[in-house]
Write a protein that binds this ligand. Structure first.
Ligand SMILES: Nc1nc2c(ncn2[C@@H]2O[C@H](COP(=O)(O)OP(=O)(O)OP(=O)(O)O)[C@@H](O)[C@H]2O)c(=O)[nH]1
Ligand SMILES: [Mg+2]
Length: 257
């Protein structure tokens, strides 16, 4: 069934970054395509994965010609850069809603229609939220849940963003929200990319909606979380708070668009 905003068919692009996701990629793509959402396209951004994910992505692009696209980058350049490049690609085309999700099956494709519905109902930014209704995480050790919830509390306290899951990587933005966030000046790369985007959306006055999701730990492939990524995330909220005035002057507030 076509997803419509007013009288318009909403063209939606989901950007999926991949690094060594050969086992997971065919499954998530098939699940997304089987949703049957008209106007839903996918861009895979692969960083020359040593396990051949890029070749699998190219084969999938042939199978789903015109609905699935692949961007190849020469080597591992990090998640944040992959998203900025993917989002920029989308803004150069006629997509009206642009989303992001992981390839490792932690983000259930079945939640995509819920995120689209939230945009349809007027949200500028939709966060797939693990902590909106209690804790919805499957197969994480307690230590990991506490780290993630602690990180969210830390971000909320320092930056003042009134959301439960500001580090979520399962999202949907409207075109006008993404345009207002000034992607060109984003420089964080790991989890803190999500926090920086959340903060900018908050400063821009975007209507941010959290849609409850169930997050499942990956069962194939390896996590790319590193000490550097955690360090960057610990410092980012302070950097954002200190640069608030400068950021506010730089960002186009949505209300003034
Ligand atoms: N293109 C690209 N994709 C990446 C890079 N690092 C991670 N990814 C992808 O980004 C998504 C999230 O990475 P994960 O390793 O699952 O990181 P995470 O979800 O934060 O960590 P876990 O919860 O441990 O799985 C996955 O689809 C990865 O394949 C990168 O440097 N480049
Ligand atoms: Mg993951």
């Amino acid at each position: 069934m076509p997803i419509r905003i007013g009288a318009l068919l909403m063209k939606t692009l989901y950007v999926i970054p991949t690094y060594n996701e050969a086992d997971n990629l065919p499954i998530i793509i098939q699940d997304l395509m089987n949703l049957g959402v008209d106007g839903l396209h996918i861009l895979i951004v692969d960083d020359n994965s040593p396990d051949g994910t890029g070749k699998i992505a190219d084969d999938l692009a042939q199978t789903y010609d015109g609905r699935l696209f692949v961007m190849h980058r020469p080597g591992k350049q990090g998640l944040g850069r992959a998203y900025v490049q993917g989002f920029t690609w989308a803004l150069e085309r006629d997509y009206e809603a642009i989303g992001e999700m992981d390839a490792d099956l932690s983000h259930d494709p079945k939640s995509v229609p819920d995120l689209i519905a939230a945009v349809e109902q007027g949200a500028d930014v939709v966060l797939g939220s693990r902590y909106k209704n209690g804790v919805s995480v499957i197969n994480w050790p307690l230590r990991r849940i506490l780290l993630s919830m602690g990180a969210n509390m830390y971000v909320r306290k320092i930056t003042g963003i009134p959301i439960y899951d500001g580090t979520s990587g399962f999202r949907l933005y409207t075109r006008r929200a993404l345009e207002a966030l000034d992607l060109g000046s984003i420089n964080s790369n790991g989890y803190s990319f999500q926090v920086e985007m959340s903060y900018r959306a908050f400063l821009c006055g975007c209507k941010i909606v959290e849609a409850p999701i169930v997050f499942t730990e990956r069962h194939a492939g390896q996590s790319k979380m590193s000490r550097g990524v955690i360090m960057e995330s610990a410092l980012m909220p302070w950097r954002l708070r200190m640069s608030q005035g400068k950021l506010l002057r730089r960002l186009h507030r949505l209300s003034s668009l």
